[in-house]
Design a protein around this ligand. Structure first.
Ligand code: SAM
Length: 421
């Protein structure tokens, strides 16, 4: 069986976490060799089974790209000749639609768009010559995507094996206000060191990304078990191995449905509407039994007697909603399985940085008072957050949420000595 070189991009800051995850997938599902970890992704090598397994099982990768060829270049014409030489007809035909994406870093070329057109022309000319016709371009839902990476001296051609990016698991019904990408949430869970069996709590769960990712992990549901992949439309992929992998993933998903026990995974949010969305997302993610509750994060209590991991990405740069009647601490029914109320009343809403400061101080206070022994992780673009919360972080990890540079702050809620004043 042929061995190929692959590259998996991921959110920046999660490269080491992805490398560890790919190594685990290799050990469990298909032999592979992890290669270099570079800013923005991880190289690995293996046969088709490796690419299929990483597509199906990676929670952190954004895609899996098959590296076809790399060569030095100086001009657009060099790129055209290089692309024209590749045996594209081995991978796809003129009836399949095509999209080309190019990324250039320190490239001497004047126009990335023009270079992209050159690659498109080269592939179309090659297929017209070898297969009698050229493929149509479809930038929205193409059958085949070719990725081109240009650095100062070299051009690398990749064939995408993924299609829609891997953070699209297929379970998200409604995006909510500002959902985290699923692969960023999963990477953060890995950075926290959380493992199934330890309590996990997201007190600003929004559409439920952290809890859905954690629940699928705990239940052994493969993140890609409910979606299709671009390799399914590529010639040469190993269809027999894929069918076996897919059947195993679907069996595991079905078996998870039968597991009704408490997973120790909890979510809450002040917004009843968000909880309705989170509930629908969890249902589609195959984890309907997760406990959700409507609570203002200023007034939290620990959801379990055993300390665990609290993880949250609070609102940032937007009005912090502080809703509910003053003095009413818990806006939902008693118990963690209560159904959220729709369209909760908005009373006592405040806005502005003063309100933000009040909110984060109250959030910090509630953590100090009610979460002794827990480890709290907060993702934010606000570097001043520990000061606002009056807590001293024990660790801060730079991460990118899309283009936004963030920090994942860790707070060890052990004793009063953490107070800043
Ligand atoms: C950035 S979003 C979190 C998104 C979430 N991680 C997801 O992936 O969908 C922030 C969330 O904090 C919630 N929120 C705002 N004020 C709150 C408060 N006082 N108490 C609890 N939740 C609050 C919002 O309703 C929103 O769902």
């Amino acid at each position: 069986m042929s061995t190929f070189e692959f590259f998996s991009p991921c959110p920046r800051g999660l490269e080491a976490a992805l490398a560890a995850e790919i190594a685990e997938i290799g050990a469990q599902h298909a032999p592979l060799d992890t290669g270099a970890t570079v800013p923005g992704g991880v190289h690995f090598a293996g046969d088709w089974r490796a690419a299929m397994a990483v597509n199906l099982h990676s929670r952190i990768a954004s895609r899996v790209l098959l590296r076809l060829a790399v060569r030095s270049y100086r001009s657009e014409n060099d790129i055209y000749s290089f692309a024209r030489e590749q045996a594209w007809e081995q991978w796809f035909g003129p009836r399949q639609t095509l999209r080309i994406d190019m990324t250039a870093v320190k490239s001497p070329l004047k126009s990335v768009d023009f270079a992209t057109l050159k690659v498109k022309d080269a592939i179309c000319d090659r297929l017209r010559e070898r297969a009698g016709d050229r493929p149509n371009i479809d930038t929205v839902a193409p059958d085949v995507r070719v990725f081109v990476f240009l650095d100062a001296t070299h051009c690398t051609l990749y064939l995408d094996t993924t299609g829609e990016p891997l953070f699209k698991r297929g379970w998200r019904l409604d995006k909510g206000a500002a959902p985290l990408r699923e692969n960023l949430a999963a990477g953060i869970l890995r950075l926290t060191g959380w493992t199934p069996g330890t309590p996990l709590y997201d007190p600003m769960c929004g559409s439920g990304t952290f809890v859905a990712e954690a629940a699928q992990l705990a239940l052994g549901i493969a993140p890609g078990s409910d979606r299709r992949f671009a390799f399914e439309k590529i010639r040469q992929y190993d269809i027999t191995a894929w069918q076996a992998m897919k059947v195993a993933a679907l069996d595991a998903r079905r078996a998870a449905r039968a597991r009704t026990g408490d997973l120790g995974i909890y979510g809450s949010d002040i917004s009843g509407d968000m909880l309705v969305k989170a509930r629908a997302n969890l249902e589609r993610a195959g984890a309907p039994g997760i406990a959700l509750k409507q609570v203002d994060a200023r007034f939290l209590s620990a959801p379990s007697a055993t300390p665990g991991v609290l993880v949250a990405n609070p609102p940032y740069g937007e009005r912090i909603e502080v809703r509910g009647r003053r003095g009413q601490r818990d806006l939902g029914d008693d118990g963690w399985d209560s159904a959220p109320q729709r369209g909760d009343a908005r009373v006592g809403e405040r806005e502005g940085t003063g309100a933000d400061a009040d909110f984060f101080k109250a959030f910090g206070d509630t953590l100090k008072q009610n979460f002794a022994g827990w480890h709290a992780y907060v993702l934010t673009a606000d570097r001043g957050l520990p000061g606002l919360m009056r807590l001293r972080e024990s660790l801060k990890t730079p991460l990118f949420n899309g283009a936004i540079e963030c920090r994942l702050f860790r707070f060890d809620l052990i004793s009063g000595s953490l107070r800043r004043g």
